[in-house]
Structure formats: structure tokens, C-alpha cells
Ligand binder design. Structure first.
Ligand code: MRU
Length: 373
């Protein structure tokens, strides 16, 4: 059975719509689904990491609004189209406050607010037509995300192999790839971004081995990526984050591919804490380092990565294990993400292909002009 983290059903006739999220905090030991009845419970599920991963957060948030709109009357709860559009804006603005770093949710929120506003302004619009347009857009996000991931997989598989071979690696045509955090079916609608590239390599017979880092402190790699790799039967090994440089030095990594939570206009990339260390180590060892992310992870409004808000999470994630203190009683700094400078990134893989480099010799990428083209 294919892995999934988000289940949405519209129901037939008078049946209510339903949204369920896989309780990712319990994986890989237990499989449990959490019912989400609207934006308030989705906000809590996002903040508390029941659902995580930049694309999955955005999709879960949007579908929580869809469930709420359908089950509260399908438009009959509003006094006219303007009231329906105002409600959509208010709920999306609230959902965006759940976690700060991943930009996908903000971009989805702006798109849904714009759609609701445009629909409300159309001649003959009703509260029901605004609601229907928003619900349809929320539902479409699932299919669009899977299509984007598949396209990224194809572009990424070619790009990784070409870059590795340019450096005299992967002469057999098969790659040994390192990844960080979880970017697969559990972090997206399905298939994944960076893990989608690894899946594509495997499908094409071009993957020799995948290495996943455990991703301290929340262990998305050990708990979730390892789970996905085993589920799909990919040749794979789990390593401690701190073993990555040693693995590279041993000659067992041909390319690195990671996901992203937000990519600034120059290509600086925020991703799970520890990503930056891998990029530095990869550069030192002459190993190509790639980022795979949908265009909804690009944030052309921010000039550089220094402007990306970085979430800091609770000290207990670092000091405790399963509720048990394992560290001394000491102050903790627990940033959930770091920013990898564009100059360390070989390529930004998106569903539309690779983002071109900026013409200036800044080591950056031309995100703004490429998106506008
Ligand atoms: O804190 P998380 O688990 O939400 O962080 C997830 C990541 O950093 C992923 O690499 C990123 O969201 C890309 S997911 C396709």
C-alpha cells in the first residue's frame, strides 16, 4: 500500500467531508489517524508536529478549511459572498501563524484569499459559489503536489547523475545519495521532493544506495525517512547526523539531495537544522549538493536567507527522550532550521526544472526573474 499522511474525503450526498492526518509523532511504532474538523484543530496538529514537512503543512491547512466550509453549510452559513471571502481570509491568516519557517502555507493562504476575493467580486457570485471555488482549489492541491513531486523526481535524477559524473563519480551510472530530514510521502501529498528524487533514481535503476541522517533532535530521518525507505524496499542505511562528513570522506557518497522550507530570491535555502553542515562537508569533499522543492517553496520577496524567520522549538526536544530527561539541566538553543548559502548549492530542482544561476558572479540563483518568466 502506498504511504500517505493526509486523507481527505468529500463524502457523498449528505455525508460530511472528513480530514484525517497520520499521527507522525507515533511513527514508526504506531499507526494512528487524527480527525481534523477545521482550522483550529489543524493549527494544533501543525504546531505540535502531527503533520510536518512544508508541502504537507500547506495541504493539511487548506483541507481543514475545506472540511469546515463544507460541514458548516457549504456557504449557507454566510450572509453573502463578501462574508464568505472574509471568513476564508481570516481562517487562512490564522493558520499561517502555526509555524513560521516553511513558506508553502503562506503562499497557499495568499492564493486562496485572492481566489475567494475574486470570486466574491464576480457578477452573480454567491456565498455558495465562493465556498465551492475555495473547496475545489484546496482539493486540487493534493493532485498538483503529487504531479510536482513526480516532475521533480525526473529532473532531479538526471541532474544528480550528471553532476556526480562530471566530478568523476558514479561511473557505473548508479548513485549513492545522502539525504537529511524527511521529504517523502509523509511530508507531501505523496512521493516526496528530495526523497522523490531518490525514488525516481530507484525506479530508473540508477540508485545504488540511499543514506538517511537521523535528523536530531526530532529524528524525522530515523523515524520517518527510514520508515519510507524500508517500506519501499530501497537499498538504504541510517546514519547519525554527525557521521555524514566521515561517510563522505570514506568515498561512499556521490551526491546529496535535501528538501527546503523556504528559498530566498538568491537561492539561500532554509531546511531542517543540520542541512548546512552537510552542504559544507559536501563542498569540502567535492560532492554535488542539491535542493529539491516545489516552486511554492520559493519566496521571491526575501532578498537573502538572512531574512528567513527561523523557528525555535522547545528545549525538551533536545534534553528529553520519550519524556525522560537525558541531558544535564542546562540552557538549550534549539533552532528547527538552518540556512544553507546559495553558493554551496549545486542546483535547485523544481517541478519546472532547475532554477538558473544569476548572471552576476554571486554564486546565487535567479529565482525572481525565473519565476516571472
Ligand atoms: O520540522 P519539519 O519536520 O516540518 O521539517 C521538515 C523539513 O525540514 C523538510 O526537509 C522540508 O519541509 C521539506 S519537506 C518536502
Amino acid at each position: 500500500m502506498a504511504l500517505e499522511a493526509i486523507r481527505f474525503s468529500r463524502g457523498g450526498g449528505l455525508a460530511p467531508a472528513s480530514l484525517q492526518l497520520l499521527e507522525q509523532r507515533k511513527l514508526p511504532l504506531e499507526t494512528e489517524w487524527l480527525d481534523i474538523d477545521g482550522p483550529q484543530s489543524a493549527w494544533t496538529a501543525i504546531r505540535d508536529m502531527t503533520v510536518r514537512g512544508a508541502p504537507a503543512i500547506a495541504i493539511a491547512a487548506a483541507l481543514s478549511l475545506a472540511v469546515d466550509l463544507i460541514n458548516s453549510g457549504g456557504g449557507s452559513q454566510f450572509q453573502g459572498p463578501a462574508a464568505a471571502a472574509a471568513y476564508v481570509a481570516q481562517q487562512m491568516d490564522f493558520l499561517v501563524t502555526s509555524r513560521p519557517t516553511a513558506v508553502n502555507l503562506s503562499i497557499a493562504a495568499e492564493a486562496l484569499k485572492r481566489l475567494a476575493g475574486e470570486e466574491a467580486g464576480r457578477a452573480g457570485a454567491t456565498a455558495a459559489s465562493v465556498t465551492a471555488a475555495v473547496v475545489a482549489a484546496c482539493q486540487a492541491m493534493m493532485a498538483e503536489d503529487v504531479a510536482a513531486n513526480k516532475a521533480m523526481g525526473r529532473h532531479g535524477a538526471d541532474a544528480l547523475l550528471a553532476a556526480a559524473q562530471e566530478r568523476g563519480r558514479a561511473g557505473s551510472g548508479r548513485l549513492r545519495v545522502l539525504t537529511h530530514c524527511n521529504t517523502g510521502s509523509l511530508a507531501t501529498a505523496a512521493y516526496g521532493t528530495a526523497l522523490g528524487v531518490i525514488r525516481a533514481l530507484h525506479e530508473q535503476g540508477r540508485l545504488e544506495h540511499a543514506y538517511c541522517c537521523e535528523t536530531r533532535p526530532y529524528n524525522q530521518g530515523a523515524r520517518l525517512t527510514a520508515y519510507e525507505l524500508v517500506h519501499d524496499g530501497l537499498p538504504s542505511t541510517l546514519i547519525c547526523d554527525s557521521a555524514a562528513a566521515a561517510l563522505m570522506a570514506s568515498g561512499r557518497v556521490d551526491a546529496v539531495v535535501v528538501g527546503a522550507d523556504r528559498i530566498a530570491a538568491n537561492g539561500d535555502t532554509a531546511n531542517k537544522i543540520g542541512t548546512y553542515c552537510h552542504a559544507v562537508a559536501a563542498r569540502h569533499h567535492g560532492i554535488p549538493f542539491f535542493v529539491a522543492a516545489p516552486t511554492t517553496t520559493l519566496d521571491p520577496q526575501l532578498d537573502t536567507g538572512s531574512l528567513i524567520p527561523i523557528e525555535e522549538r522547545s528545549p525538551e526536544e533536545v534534553t528529553h527522550f520519550k519524556g525522560q530527561r537525558v541531558a544535564a539541566d542546562i540552557p538549550v538553543w534549539n533552532p528547527s532550521f538552518d540556512v544553507t548559502p546559495a553558493e554551496l548549492i549545486e542546483g535547485l530542482i523544481t517541478e519546472r526544472g532547475l532554477v538558473p544561476r544569476a548572471l552576476a558572479a554571486s554564486g546565487g540563483f535567479a529565482v525572481r526573474s525565473w519565476l516571472a518568466a
